[in-house]
Design a protein around this ligand. Sequence first.
Ligand code: SAM
Length: 223
Amino acid sequence: MSVGFELQQTDNGLALVWLDEPRFQPLIIDFHKGKSAYRAQHSALKSEAIARAVGITGKRQPSVIDATAGLARDAMVMAGFGCQVLLIERQPYVRALLNDALARAQAKSDAIGEAAKRLNLLDVSSINEVEHNAADVVYLDPMYPKTGKRKAQVKKDMQMFQQLVGSDLDADDLLQPALSVARYRVVVKRPNSAPFLNGNEPNQQLTSKKHRFDIYINQGFDK
Ligand SMILES: C[S@@+](CC[C@H](N)C(=O)[O-])C[C@H]1O[C@@H](n2cnc3c(N)ncnc32)[C@H](O)[C@@H]1O
């Protein structure tokens, strides 16, 4: 149960409704719409910091476990570059929205539908339930508490999402299991001002305007 929220079936797909805030539009994940649809189809490897952080090249598409899947926007970008991405999400309403969105997207045979077919939602709620060396890369993007100016800038659908999932205050616990599951590397997306996950300094960093990717390397890619 998620207090104050309800899932409703609509003509456009399963929708999350914020009962206390009726001025907010219901949230539906639609991989065919919005910025991430565009990014999944048109992004160039060089211009997507996430692709460089994960180690995607023209010849290499690492398998990825996205252990904090959320709305799977980042996962869709990685799948758009050809990666097989296994998704883990612990919030039951978000899992339901993802399942519904994946089924709708995978039913289409266009480029987004083909990318969506490379996304699979795992039937577990934690990276702790995944075997050692199960993927080339583990990707983490836990929620980080938003404050002050940044809070005001957050878009309405994200405000609703943040209210539902909370602040992921146990995020530090993700790093060690992620390092055990990743053959090559763990990539952590963080706001630029956030401390390192679990206080662990990464081997490499890539920064962009809004956030950075901290890269923890178990071993270099074979090729
Ligand atoms: C910031 S969102 C991820 C957004 C995602 N990268 C995207 O592009 O849409 C974080 C998500 O991770 C989930 N989460 C946080 N900690 C988790 C954990 N330990 N195990 C599984 N899911 C977790 C939260 O419920 C939330 O949906």
